[in-house]
Design a protein around this ligand. Structure first.
Ligand SMILES: [Zn+2]
Length: 66
């Protein structure tokens, strides 16, 4: 099982929760903001979370407060 896989509901259901960074607890600083080529997406339909560096990420709505 990989977190790189989308849930399959389609990009119209996805929002960006972390744009081109992540909050890894396995890197230092733990839980801090780590720049990444990947963005974290969440599906509004099934709440699945996954990462992607696809081009369409730039066109997705982004969650505020990140
Ligand atoms: Zn989904």
């Amino acid at each position: 099982m990989s977190n790189m896989k989308t849930c399959g509901h389609g990009r119209e259901n996805y929002v960006v929760i972390h744009y081109k960074h992540n909050h890894s607890w396995f890197e230092s600083p733990k839980g801090g903001r780590h720049p990444s080529a990947y963005s974290m997406l969440q599906c509004k339909k099934c709440r699945a979370v996954f990462s992607s560096k696809s081009k369409y990420v730039d066109d997705l709505p982004r969650e505020e407060g990140d």
